[in-house]
Structures are given as C-alpha cells and as structure tokens.
Design a protein. Structure first.
Lengths: 233, 288
C-alpha cells in the first residue's frame, strides 16, 4: 500500500535520512522505532508532504506522492496524527473533529462524529470545550479521533504517547489496538519501543538515518540488540 | 444632555462601523499570514474612487457600483497576495513588512494617477433626516450603519459557520496541521485577501459617501484600523468589532464634549491606555 524506497531527506544542506526503504501492506500495522534524532518524524513529515525529499520515491497505492503538497496527500487517503497533538486550540473539540473530515466535507459526517464519541466517551462530555483547555491525554484522543474522521486508508501516528501521563499511555495502547482491529492500516512511530512492538505486526529499527534492522515485532522483541538498546532488559 | 449622549453614540457607531470593516480585513490577514498589511487603507480608497468613477462617469447605479467595486477589490486582493506576499511567505517577517510599505506607496500613487488629486464625494440620493426622540439621524448615516452591520454579520457568519470559515480559523491557529487536514493553505490565503479587500473597498465607498475620498485619507484609515486591532486584540474578529465601535464612540465623544481638534489625540490615548493596562486587547482570552 505504501512503498518508500531509497528516501533521502535533509534540512538545508544537512542530510538526516540517508536512503531509507520500507513498506506497509494493506491492513498491516508497521512501526518505525529508534532513538531520538534517528529521522523517524522527518520521514513521516516527508510522506505527508510537509517536508521536501532530496531523493528517492514514495508511492501510495501504486502512485507517486513524492512532492505533493500536504493537502493533496490528505486527499489521497493518508491521515496523520501529528507529534505533540497539534490541536486547533481555540476551536471546540467538535470543530476539531469536523476539521478531520475536511476532505469529506461534502458528505454527511454526523454518524462519524457519533462513532468517535462512542470510541472516546470523554470527548462527548467535552465536545463544546475549547481543545486548548483539555489535558494532554484528552488532546491525544482528539488528535486520534480527528485523524480517523477522514476515514483514511492509511493512518500515521507520530509519537502518540509522548508527554502523556503513564496511566493514559495504556489507554492509548488499547485505542491503537482497537483501531487496528477495525482494519485500518497503520504506520506508527513511537518512542515507547515495548508498546510499539506490542501493537505493530512488523517493525523497522532506524538509527542515524538508516534502517539497521527489520522484521516481525515478535522477532525484534526477542532480539538481543533491540533488548539491550531499547527494552532495558 | 441625555439626548446629546445618545446622539454621540449614534454618530460614533456610524464611524466605528467603518473602522470595524477596515479592521476585520487587517485582523484576518494578520491572523492567517502574520502580515501587517499597511496597504489596506489605500485599497479602501481605491475602492472609493472606483465606485465614484462607475457612478459619475459610467452612470451605473449606486448599488451595482458598490457591488462591482467590492468584486474588483476582491480581485485586487488576490493579485496582491499572489504577486507581493506569496513569494516571501517563508522569508523573515521584515520582508513582508517592507513589501507592505512599498505596496502602500504604489497603490496610493496609482490612485493619484488614475483618479487625480481632487477629493471626490460619492453622490447618493439619501438626503432625508430622521429625528427619533430628539436624536438626529440623517438617512445616509443610517444606511451606512446598516450596510456595515450587514457586512460584519455576514463576515462573522461566514467565518464561524461555514467550512471555508473553519478552514480560515484552522490555518490561523495551526498552519501545518491545517494542511494535514486536507486544507489548501494557499487557497485559504487568497480567499482571505479577497474577502478582506472586498470589505476594505466597502469601507472606502461608505467613507466616500459619508465624507470624501481624497489623497491622504488612506493613511489615517490604516492607522485607525491598526488602533482597532490593538484595542480588540490582534487576530480576533470579535475584537475588531468591539474595538471599532469603542474607537468610533470615543472619537465622537471627544469631538462633541472636548474639541474636534483633539479627537484623534483622545482615541490614541485610549489605545496607549489599553496597551498599558490590557496589552492582549479588550476581547482576548474571553473569546475564540
């Protein structure tokens, strides 16, 4: 479904992603893991059209999306739940969800809103509240629900547990598993490697802009190098 | 005394409604692009001259001329955004600042070349004067107030209740995430310039009918517009509405009860006071 090949990205003249290739099949949940600064979020931004690539190719459902502006990528069916939640702070929870469905604005979205409120009952209570006044965990739920409102064929999550209270992190893990169970194809970047390997079917380990290891999550979880570097055994 | 009071409130609201129209455009543009669009007053004056030209030279009716001038204003706004501001959208803010100053001069001098140096008054057939309980309400002023009110309410509904309005607010609050939602940020910028410039032109036509369109009027207008922004809070639409009315009424009171020579002094003292006491603006923090 998503094929990234030999992707190179940089800021100014400094290249930070040096030819990365990976793919996500339909219905799969794939995770990119690795230390801070490895280039994980940079890759996601390039897929979503927020950063230009220096070389390589990104294909979605067989067609190149490299160099498309962000809104065109969204229209192709890729949804992003960005790092740091990125609320529209002075809009209500309901308006944030409606904006998630912006590319489907000619359709009826009332049922989708209702579905999200059922998935996240707390959002129903808060639907009239300004998103900027919510707690971090609640904002993360808005961000996830907002990404799902687009009915994406591929949903990308960038660090959903970053800066969230530990108790709520478990809730987010359950939510990701629930979304996966609905058949949504997922690309997940997550600093909590143990959580990423529990949720994802396959994972790629990224270090300093290069993929150093890949395989099914269970294999990586029992890999000695991964255990030492990321799982803290 | 109470009649005088109400009379000045009425006068102030008429002028304030025009300030609001100018400020709405400035505040929306600032909110979305972070640009201090100084040329906005010159765009308004261009609209006033254009409406005068359409009415007195081409003989087109008042209302069609008004609408046509607003449409031309919208088009001019899109051209300004594309040609002048779009190329520097990722450059340091000083670039768009200097471009804004340059544009002001260009449009101002183009107005001079195209329409001449004489002041013009847009002719209207509204010469009746109503008197409501001792308060004098010239027909023209009532219509100016009503026209501005319709435009302000229309603009507010557009921004608060429609998809494109929601897109405008989304881009103002979080630009890159707005793109992730599928919003075309460039189209939104053009839309905002079109809408703001059309409202600016409307203000120019109303000024032309109420007072006069003349070289030099635009500077005062844009300064008042920014004063309203500071009063109400940068980027805030309710702030522009309340700020415009407050500024208009303050000026009217200053002119009536102190001296008309001091009305600008009083209004700017008010602005300085707001900056000292409530620098976030009168409406910030309470509204979205």
């Amino acid at each position: 479904m998503l094929e990234v090949s030999n992707l190179r990205i940089g800021y100014g003249l400094a290249e930070v992603v040096h030819g990365v290739s990976f793919d996500v099949q339909a219905g799969e949940c794939v995770s990119l893991i690795g230390p801070n600064g490895a280039g994980k979020s940079t890759i996601l931004k390039a897929i979503c059209g927020l950063l230009p690539a220096m070389g390589g190719e990104i294909r979605f459902e067989g067609q190149s999306i490299l160099g498309l502006p962000g809104h065109r990528v969204a229209h192709r069916g890729i949804s992003m739940c960005p790092e740091g939640r990125q609320m529209f702070p002075e809009m209500t929870v309901l308006e944030n969800l409606q904006l998630g469905a912006y590319s489907r604005r000619r359709e009826a979205i009332k049922d989708d809103i209702d579905e999200m409120m059922t998935l996240f009952p707390r959002l129903r209570e808060r639907s009239g509240q300004l998103a900027g006044t919510l707690s971090g965990g609640e904002q993360e739920m808005v961000a996830i629900a907002r990404a799902l409102m687009a009915r994406p064929r591929l949903c990308i999550f960038d660090e959903p547990s970053l800066g969230i209270a530990p108790r709520v992190v478990d809730e987010i893990e359950q939510t990701l598993l629930a979304i996966k169970a609905r058949g949504v194809t997922i690309l997940l970047v997550e600093q909590s490697v143990s959580m990423a390997l529990r949720v994802a079917d396959r994972a790629y380990v990224l270090e300093a802009g290069l993929i150093v290891l890949e395989g099914p999550s269970a294999d990586l979880a029992s890999n000695e190098g991964v255990q030492n570097a990321y799982l803290g055994y | 005394m109470i009649i005088d009071f109400i009379q000045q409130i009425f006068n102030g609201l008429v002028v304030g409604s025009i300030y609001t129209l100018i400020a709405l455009g400035l505040t929306t543009i600032f909110g979305i692009l972070g640009i201090a669009h100084f040329a906005h007053g010159s765009v308004a004056m261009f609209g006033g001259y254009l409406a005068f030209f359409l009415i007195s030279t081409l003989g087109i009716g008042l209302l069609p001329s008004f609408i046509l001038a607003m449409a031309c204003g919208a088009l001019l706004g899109v051209v300004l955004e594309r040609v002048a501001y779009y190329p520097v959208r990722n450059a340091p803010p000083i670039n768009s600042f200097i471009i804004a100053l340059g544009l002001t001069l260009i449009i101002e001098k183009t107005n001079l070349l195209a329409f001449g140096v004489d002041q013009v008054i847009i002719p209207t057939p509204f010469n009746r004067v109503f008197s409501v309980g001792g308060v004098t309400m010239p027909e023209l002023r009532v219509y100016v107030l009503l026209t501005a009110a319709v435009l302000v309410v229309g603009m507010t509904l557009l921004i608060q209740r429609t998809w494109i309005g929601m897109a405008v607010r989304a881009v103002a609050q979080n630009r890159s995430t707005a793109a992730l939602m599928g919003i075309n940020v460039n189209s939104v910028s053009m839309f905002v310039f079109a809408l703001s410039s059309a409202l600016g032109v409307a203000a120019g036509v109303l000024i032309g009918a109420l007072f006069a369109v003349a070289p030099g009027v635009s500077e005062g207008l844009v300064v008042k517009g920014f004063a309203v922004l500071i009063l109400g809070g940068l980027g805030s639409i309710p702030g522009a509405i309340v700020g415009g009315m407050v500024l208009g009424v303050t000026e009217a009171f200053a002119a009536a009860f102190i001296s008309s020579g001091y009305k600008d002094v009083i209004s700017f003292l008010l602005m300085i006071a707001v900056l000292l006491v409530r620098p976030e603006g009168l409406m910030r923090g309470k509204t979205r």
